[in-house]
Design a protein around this ligand. Structure first.
Ligand code: CP
Length: 330
């Protein structure tokens, strides 16, 4: 089976947005809505994952994704274990594959993985009997981020179809951008990519986006302004002359935002670099910014994904998905 079939219902893994259909995404968002309501109650806990074991294995730093996956698992009644590369035998030279085989021998039900290399999570999923969720692999995909972004937009504006969404900044290194572009296209939104040429991947037109190198032009009449961080940790060398110049041309400020629709929403996956890609006051503007709401939606979306994966038949055969765009793995 291909990696796409691994990603299709009955869901065995969630390795990316690629391979999901509009009904699949709608099913996840509809269930997420139910979990948003549950999370706003005093009693947030259910037992549908009682007896199940979830391992969160993070080879890169994370605040939002790791914490929300932990909360999501615990609110559904699972036993949740957190592992980081620095606190594991990987520090002693154990390979990714050996780490996977070791964890697999402990019979977890779900493995949530973040890794700096594109394709590493898909590779690891081939060695596991349990469900694997991609919590971000290199510059490849971050599917639950795109799902929580979609949920945030849908709850604010009622739909995704027909909206114009501008994704601005370091698109070249952004797994968030890739997953969002795919999801928004699947759901019938129009996507604009706004960035300097140095921060755009080649063949953007093949990804179904309109490319702009000028914020004022690209933001004209958009419904959503999605800002991205400069991913310095994935850069070899200088991609922008200076952060000051970058902010001048590509940082979101009031003047540039005024080109968007008057009610346009500001989004950012976090972590933010205030004064680099976004003006600090705009980031906190309760009338325009939905950045905190995105974080709230993250818990609900991850609960929905864990719930749906737990419903898969237990006799599904192991599936071997292919790697990400660079086919790489550590
Ligand atoms: N958006 C996101 O993935 O944030 P973290 O790196 O904090 O998980």
């Amino acid at each position: 089976m291909s990696d796409i079939s691994a990603n299709q219902p009955p869901f065995r893994h969630l390795l990316g947005i690629e391979g999901l259909s509009a009904p699949d995404i709608t099913e996840i968002l509809d269930l997420s809505d139910e979990y948003v309501a549950q999370n706003r109650q005093v009693d947030k806990k259910r037992s549908i994952l009682g007896g199940r074991t979830q391992i969160n294995l993070f080879f890169e730093t994370s605040t939002r994704t790791r914490t929300s996956f932990e909360l999501a698992g615990k609110r559904l009644g699972a036993d949740v274990i957190n592992m980081t590369a620095t606190a594991s035998a990987i520090k002693k030279g154990e390979t990714l594959i050996d780490t996977a085989a070791t964890l697999n021998a402990m019979h977890p039900d779900t493995l949530v993985v973040r890794h700096p290399h594109s394709g590493a999570v898909a590779l690891l999923s081939q060695k596991m009997d349990c469900s694997v969720i991609n919590a971000g692999d290199g510059s490849h995909e971050h599917p639950t981020q795109a799902l929580l972004d979609a949920l945030t937009i849908r709850r604010r504006l009622g739909h995704l179809h027909g909206l114009t969404v501008a994704i601005c900044g370091d698109i070249l290194h952004s797994r968030v951008a890739r997953s969002n572009i795919m999801l928004l296209n699947i759901m019938g939104a129009h996507v604009r990519a706004i960035a300097p040429p140095t921060l755009l991947p080649g063949q953007m037109d093949r990804m179904g986006v309109d490319v702009y190198h000028n914020m004022e032009k690209g933001l004209r009449d958009v419904d959503i302004v999605m800002m991205l961080r400069l991913q310095n940790e994935r850069m070899n060398g200088a991609y922008v002359p200076s952060t000051r110049e970058y902010y001048h041309f590509f940082g979101l400020d009031q003047a540039k935002l005024s080109k968007a629709k008057p009610e346009a929403l500001i989004m950012h996956p976090g972590p933010m670099n205030r004064g680099v890609e976004i003006d600090s006051e705009l980031a906190d503007d309760i009338n325009r910014s939905v950045i905190r709401e995105q974080v709230e939606m993250g818990v609900a979306v991850r609960m929905a994904v864990l719930d749906l994966l737990s419903r898969r038949p237990s006799n599904l055969p192991p599936i071997g998905p292919s790697g990400g765009p660079d086919g790489g793995a550590s």
